[in-house]
Design a protein around this ligand. Sequence first.
Ligand code: OAD
Length: 251
Amino acid sequence: MIIPPLLLKSLATATRVAALTGAGISAESGVPTFRGANGLWKEMRAEELASMEGFLKNPALVWEWYAHRRAILQTVQPNAGHRALVDLERLYPGLVVITQNVDGLHRRAGSSRVYELHGNIERNSCTACGEPHPSTAVALRDGRPMCTRCGGLVRPDVVWFGELLPEEEWEESVRASRAADLFLSIGTSGLVFPAASLPLVARDAGAVVVEVNPEESPLTVAADVSLRGPAGEVLPALVEAARGVTRSPRA
Ligand code: OAD
């Protein structure tokens, strides 16, 4: 993979690196993306499965869908793309991973600073009393997930359409994007806001913005460099290039 001179220069001088990731980085682990040819939203209606309205209409169906996705996650592992971000963190201590993914694969790979903007599919809480419930211990009544403390409905701790992002994660993500001198946007369609605004925040604050995606996206025009290819191949190449131009580890 040819790394353009602008990116090589940025890899050599960057001290603050942030990476925004989307479903594309987990695709090579076998986790389905939302959009695209085999995307989840092709087969299913997002409003039915990923909104409070849809959940209240049919909690059993929504719960079953999340249980199915959790079951997929039991069988998958972080891939070379996730691991490359861990390697980059060694070269750029303090590297921040801002993810839209709810699959927990960045933490499993070993990234230490991860902001989960859309929550985490392994956590659940009661919609009535807020009690947290581990996925393995949610009681079902006619397929509906019930809170054993108050009898309310239990929901996954993921951000649904129309809901606000977790405040602290969002604020930290904006801060890291503003502070970044190198910003990587990896495997995201760039269609869901406010996450999709972060590359623009970084660019406006002076960062070199790099898109990693096999396809063009609405973020392409905002990126200084587009690396076309799967994250599992592009990111290890980026790590190699960074090793060539940095003295590791950076202060
Ligand atoms: P999308 O499914 O919208 O986009 C996935 C992107 O990954 C596309 O641009 C693909 O071209 C790209 N892609 C596919 N394979 C790749 C690979 N191997 N390496 C790199 N890129 C690859 O996923 P997101 O952008 O994450 O929100 O979607 C954003 C949000 O929309 C999700 O967090 C979810 C969804 O509705 C909620 O559930 C709140």
